[in-house]
Design a protein around this ligand. Structure first.
Ligand SMILES: NC(=O)c1ccc[n+]([C@@H]2O[C@H](COP(=O)([O-])OP(=O)(O)OC[C@H]3O[C@@H](n4cnc5c(N)ncnc54)[C@H](OP(=O)(O)O)[C@@H]3O)[C@@H](O)[C@H]2O)c1
Length: 336
């Protein structure tokens, strides 16, 4: 009996010491002062449509000045007019630039500099422009892999490159990379897309380590399926396997996704996720990524193993979907 009591006391003491140690390690890593968006210059790539447009509206509602970036001028103009309806003061401006952010780093830098001359230095850059391709690896044309990497990855590198030096000089700023849940787990049909979204995570982690001493905070957002023009277009050619796997989570409204991304970016959170499944994925895939608060660190330590256990169920069910589809296809090929 005394032995059992001793064991309980020793375990309790060990847990307290472990908690205190964790607290000491994590305390210096806690969140920064939230960024006030009123009067701030927010630049949103992909701001003429879908999630990017909703992010611009959310920031505008909070008093920000906005620069939208995309290629199609008439859609940019339409988005500008739509966003302007949400102004909270008569000084607010929505400016737009038509440029392909995937093509030429020097040209992107030049046009972004012009935008900063108009509305002042960028306080928050949201890299949201992106596109996707769905198909089996062997059916995706080689050039598509390059095109996707150019838009989704380099299209985030170039604008970031254009604003980072000024942010460092000013010792302030926020940079958001809009990845995807397909940037946390590789999904059937997304061999080209997933890779580009995983790449953003590596970029974000390395960059966060470089710029944190300058009070610049990076957020990687992992939206689930979201009802946007881009999503509607992609859905037309989506593989059956991808559709069935995607059914594991529901489709979100872009305004809902945008509110969460903006809130997390303002607070300087490294991960931005939507819904319970998004939250689980964020913990599960956190690895050695930066920690934004003590609560977040503790949550990871406590739930990581449990969530890994749950993920085994999903891995098995996704495998079974893929196998069922294959059997069905082989059967129908034989009958044809
Ligand atoms: N919708 C979803 O289910 C979902 C889920 C997870 C992650 N995401 C990610 O969220 C982001 C936004 O997705 P969305 O569905 O809202 O897309 P969307 O409705 O198709 O809008 C894409 C935006 O990016 C711009 N764009 C595309 N290529 C560009 C380029 N080369 N240069 C400049 N601008 C470019 C488009 O304008 P122009 O065509 O005029 O250039 C448009 O403004 C993407 O990065 C996407 O991968 C979306």
């Amino acid at each position: 009996m005394p032995g059992a009591v001793l064991l309980v006391v020793a375990t309790g003491a060990a847990l307290i010491v472990a908690f205190l140690l964790l607290f000491c390690i994590v305390a210096p890593l806690t969140s920064p002062k939230p960024l006030a968006l009123s009067g701030a210059h927010v630049m949103v790539t992909g701001g003429s449509s879908g999630i990017g447009k909703s992010i611009a509206i959310e920031c505008f509602k909070q008093g920000a000045f906005i620069t939208l970036i995309a290629r199609n001028e008439s859609r940019l103009l339409e988005a500008k007019k739509e966003i302007e309806k949400f102004s909270v003061n008569d000084k607010q401006v929505v400016h737009f630039i038509s440029v392909d952010i995937s093509k030429d780093c020097a040209h992107v830098a030049k046009v972004l500099k012009q935008a900063q001359e108009k509305l002042g230095p960028v306080d928050m850059l949201v890299n949201c422009a992106g596109t996707s391709v769905n198909g089996k690896f062997e059916d995706i044309d080689g050039s598509k892999f390059e095109q996707l990497m150019a838009v989704n990855y380099l299209g985030s590198v170039y604008p970031t490159h254009a604003v980072i030096t000024t942010m460092k000089e000013r010792r302030m700023g926020r940079i958001v990379f809009v990845s995807s849940q397909a940037g946390q787990i590789g999904v059937f049909g997304y061999s080209a897309y997933s890779a580009t979204k995983f790449a953003l995570r590596g970029l974000a982690e390395a960059l966060q380590m470089e710029v944190k001493p300058y009070n610049i905070y990076i957020t990687v957002a992992y939206p689930p399926d979201t009802d946007t023009p881009g999503y509607a277009e992609e859905s037309q050619t989506k593989l059956l396997e991808t559709k069935l796997i995607s059914e594991a989570s529901s489709i979100c409204h872009p305004d809902h996704v945008a509110r969460i991304i903006v809130k997390d970016a303002i607070q300087g959170k490294f991960f931005s996720s939507v819904g319970a499944d998004g939250h689980m994925l964020a913990i599960l895939t956190s690895g050695m990524s930066p920690v934004s608060s003590i609560a977040e660190a503790l949550e990871g330590v406590i739930f990581m193993g449990f969530f890994r256990f749950i993920s085994l169920y999903f891995i098995a069910s996704f495998d079974s979907i893929v196998r069922r589809c294959m059997v069905q296809k082989e059967k129908s090929e034989k009958t044809d």
